[in-house]
Design a protein around this ligand. Structure first.
Ligand SMILES: Cc1cc2nc3c(=O)[nH]c(=O)nc-3n(C[C@H](O)[C@H](O)[C@H](O)COP(=O)(O)O)c2cc1C
Length: 154
């Protein structure tokens, strides 16, 4: 099924169950040179509004790492009824095989060092957006990392 963004935001022709599947995988790659950063964040907010109109179960947004002001975005999601955020999703990234001159996929699995960013933002978001639940993801490789995230506010 071709998933046109306008249709997703407006919900046109999509069964309610579509949104159960959609929720954790949201990624809009900002590639429009004429679009301001805010317009991309607005897509997430419109989506939150629409999903909360359609379904009445707790909704969690699993976010990517590349927002300018995650505190503001998460606060606005909370104001729209989003129950929790997962910080962060980790998307497939490209690499280039220079011998074969082919585009490939970069390392799929995270390394333990990648916890630093999720740990930072779990702490910041749980402090500034107190009422939203925060789940940690990315770079959590053992029990000690789990304890760190809980201490940070997950
Ligand atoms: C092969 C692979 C497939 C994934 N598929 C999904 C997915 O379908 N939906 C999703 O929300 N996250 C997906 N993720 C992201 C993981 O759930 C996780 O949030 C991310 O990898 C960061 O955690 P990690 O450091 O433990 O890898 C995927 C990750 C990998 C490596």
């Amino acid at each position: 099924m071709k998933c046109n963004l306008k249709h997703v935001v407006l919900g046109t022709g999509f069964p309610k169950s579509f949104f159960y599947m959609l929720i954790s995988r949201i990624l809009f790659l900002p590639v429009d040179k004429n679009a301001a950063s805010k317009s991309y964040e607005d897509i997430y907010l419109k989506l939150a509004n629409r999903i909360k109109e359609l379904i009445h179960i707790p909704v969690i947004f699993k976010l990517g790492q590349n927002f300018t002001n995650p505190v503001n975005l998460v606060d606005q999601l909370y104001n729209r009824g989003i129950s929790a955020v997962v910080l962060f999703n980790r998307f497939y990234s490209p690499d280039i095989n220079i011998d074969e001159r082919k585009i490939t996929t970069s390392e799929v699995f995270s390394s333990p060092a990648e916890i630093r960013n999720s740990l930072r933002w779990v702490a910041i978001i749980s402090h500034f957006v107190e009422k939203i639940d925060v789940a940690a993801s990315t770079g959590i490789h053992d029990g000690r990392d789990v304890i760190k995230q809980i201490l940070a506010g997950a």
